[in-house]
Design a protein around this ligand. Structure first.
Ligand SMILES: [Fe+2]
Length: 229
């Protein structure tokens, strides 16, 4: 019987957001103003989502781990402090590029690319540690219902704008079954207007075949105004 993994969806979203942002900076033509501001905007989203995610883990997940086994979250908590310093440095890099003269932009974009590559590498290892070691403890000491309660507390503690940013990257990062289960769950818990917004976001960010498959399973029309098949 597969256990509930509270890291899986958010870590999938973070991995996609990190790798996509890194790739965008590697390929960035800094003379293209629209591409430059989109890359800076995406980096801003990444740094903001990482900050919130670490706070949520510290507050909601590490507390549960410490209650089960004192000291169990120490390594991850220490890595979070290091990541926060790296995020502050990247935010400084970002401000420098945003206000740089045209002649300095390529050098500064390459600097972000190199710093971000190290940050992503650290985070990939960190998330693997959490998924293996933290889950082993959480699964030994808590039931799936309790883990779902922790997850619900994290969702309740998330600002709508952050939730929107997370969903924008979580939706394409999940596989078809996980995506369907996420939306089916949201449909039960959200007012209809809120869920309509989630559907519009899904349609905008998913490749067409993935959106069509999701719409079919949710029995919603694939195009606005059409009737579900
Ligand atoms: Fe973490």
């Amino acid at each position: 019987m597969e256990r509930h993994d509270l890291y899986r969806p958010i870590h999938k979203a973070l991995r996609l957001l990190m790798v996509d942002t890194l790739t965008k900076f590697g390929a960035l033509d800094t003379r293209d103003e629209a591409a430059l501001s989109a890359a800076l905007e995406q980096l801003d989203t990444l740094l903001g989502v990482c900050r919130v995610h670490m706070d949520h883990e510290n507050t909601h997940v590490h507390t549960a781990m410490e209650a089960a086994s004192a000291g169990a979250s120490l390594q991850a908590a220490q890595e979070h402090r290091q990541h926060r310093r790296e995020i502050d440095d990247l935010a400084g890099d970002q401000r420098a590029l945003r206000s740089a003269a045209a002649s300095e932009r390529t050098r500064l974009a390459q600097q972000i690319y190199r710093h971000l590559a190290r940050f992503v590498a650290d985070n990939l290892l960190h998330m693997a540690h959490e998924e293996k070691t933290h889950n082993a403890l959480l699964w030994a000491r808590y039931g799936d219902d309790q883990l779902r309660q922790i997850e619900a507390a994290i969702v309740a503690d998330t600002e709508p704008t952050t939730m929107q940013s997370v969903l924008r990257w979580m939706l394409p990062a999940l596989n078809a079954q996980e995506r369907f289960e996420l939306l089916a769950g949201m449909r039960q818990q959200m007012p209809e207007t809120g869920f309509d917004q989630v559907l519009r976001l899904s349609r905008a960010v998913l490749p067409t075949p993935a959106w069509a498959a999701l719409a079919r399973r949710l029995a919603v029309p694939p195009e606005p105004g059409l009737v579900a098949a």
